[in-house]
Design a protein. Structure first.
Length: 214
């Protein structure tokens, strides 16, 4: 089990434009050959957008992009004609396939925080697709990347068993979590490989994202 603390994330974005980013893996100008991916996961970015701030139209290809809004509202538009407002509890999935362009903005008058995760597909290319699941209550299957997203919301003192998988990535969205001999806080992550079944305990009201990857 490899614990990565929030303070170890690579800084990014454009603070003067109202964009503050924190990257868990090599991203942009921050290159670490020992931190390129974990399982299928190649990015786990914390994005903070001020009201009116956003990312202009930009391209993606050969990437499965999954977005989880923590607070606020994210406006999404893409070159396949989709336009959505993503809110807390929703899961947005953009399959970039052979190529797609999109815009991500905070068009609301309150701050926006979201977690965006990129996964490498098993087979590159294909036709781009888009989907949004409102108020996710069950595990979200992502067969294209051999991955499943689990969301756990825990009350103080509540325990949960982590799903078994060859590669398991745990990201603490909010709250404090005790895992094995470690205590994790918001923005902390655990990369777990071929582990025995593990149980985590919430020390406070906690929200956790878990990627189980084959």
């Amino acid at each position: 089990m490899d614990i990565r603390r929030a303070g170890e994330r690579y800084p990014g974005g454009d603070p003067e434009a109202g964009i503050v980013s924190r990257h868990a893996f090599s991203f942009g100008s921050h290159y670490d050959p020992d931190n390129l991916r974990f399982g299928a996961l190649i990015a786990c970015n914390e994005e903070h957008l001020a009201p009116g701030a956003g990312f202009g139209e930009h391209p993606h290809s050969h990437t499965e992009i999954v977005t989880w809004v923590v607070e606020g509202e994210l406006t999404h538009r893409d070159s396949t004609g989709h336009e959505s407002v993503v809110r807390p509890g929703d899961v947005q999935h953009l399959s970039a396939a052979a190529g797609v362009r999109h815009v991500e903005r905070n068009d609301a008058d309150t701050p926006l925080t979201f977690i965006q995760m990129w996964l490498a597909p098993r087979t590159p290319g294909g036709t781009p697709s888009y989907g949004i699941t409102r108020a996710l209550t069950t595990p979200y299957e992502l067969p294209a990347a051999g991955a499943t997203l689990h969301v756990r919301r825990l009350t103080p003192g509540e325990r949960t068993t982590l799903p078994p998988a060859p590669h398991l990535y745990l990201h603490v969205v909010r709250g404090d979590l005790h895992l094995n001999t470690e205590t994790l806080h918001p923005g902390d992550a655990a990369r777990i490989t071929e582990a025995e079944p593990l149980e985590a305990e919430a020390l406070t009201a906690t929200e956790v994202l878990l990627w189980a990857m084959t």
